[in-house]
Design a binder for this molecule. Structure first.
Ligand SMILES: [Mg+2]
Length: 142
C-alpha cells in the first residue's frame, strides 16, 4: 500500500520553536509537508483562505498548535475551527509550555487529539515527535 503523506500545519509564534519542530521532523525523517503559521489568525487565514491569504489545499489533517500566541491564541483558534464545518474534524495536537489546568480543560473540551508539554530538552522533543509520527501513521484519518 502506498503511504499517503498528509499535510501538517504548525501554528507557532516562536521562531526557535518552529526550527525545533523542523529539526525534529528531519531527525525522524518525517517528510510530510509542514506548513507554518505564526499565530492563530495567520492559521485561520490559511485554513479558510481569508484576508488575501491563499487557502491551504489540500487542507491539513493535523495541526500542531501552540497556545500562547499574539493576535489569536491556540484556544481561540480551536474555537473557530470547531465552529467551522470544514475545519471541525481536523486533528489538533497542542504543543505548549503551558501547564495551566484551565488550558488543558479548554483544549480537551474542544476535542484535541492530545496535549503535549514541550520538553525543555531537544532529544526528548525528538522522541516526542517520533511518537506522534508513529501515532498518526497508525490511525485512520477522515
Ligand atoms: Mg509560542
Amino acid at each position: 500500500m502506498e503511504e499517503k503523506l498528509i499535510n501538517i500545519l504548525l501554528v507557532e509564534d516562536d521562531e526557535v520553536d518552529v526550527m525545533n519542530v523542523q529539526r525534529a521532523f528531519k531527525r525522524n525523517k518525517i517528510t510530510n509537508p509542514l506548513h507554518v503559521a505564526v499565530d492563530g489568525l495567520d492559521a485561520l487565514n490559511m485554513l479558510k483562505g481569508m484576508n488575501g491569504v491563499e487557502k491551504l489545499e489540500p487542507l491539513p489533517k493535523i495541526v500542531l498548535l501552540d497556545i500562547n500566541m499574539p493576535k489569536m491564541n491556540g484556544i481561540e483558534l480551536l474555537r473557530e475551527m470547531r465552529a467551522d464545518d470544514e475545519l471541525k474534524s481536523i486533528s489538533v495536537f497542542i504543543m505548549t509550555t503551558s501547564n495551566e489546568e484551565s488550558d488543558k480543560f479548554e483544549a480537551y473540551s474542544l476535542n484535541v487529539a492530545g496535549y503535549i508539554l514541550k520538553p525543555i530538552n531537544f532529544e526528548k522533543f525528538v522522541k516526542a515527535v517520533s511518537t506522534l509520527n508513529n501515532f498518526w501513521k497508525m490511525i485512520e484519518l477522515p
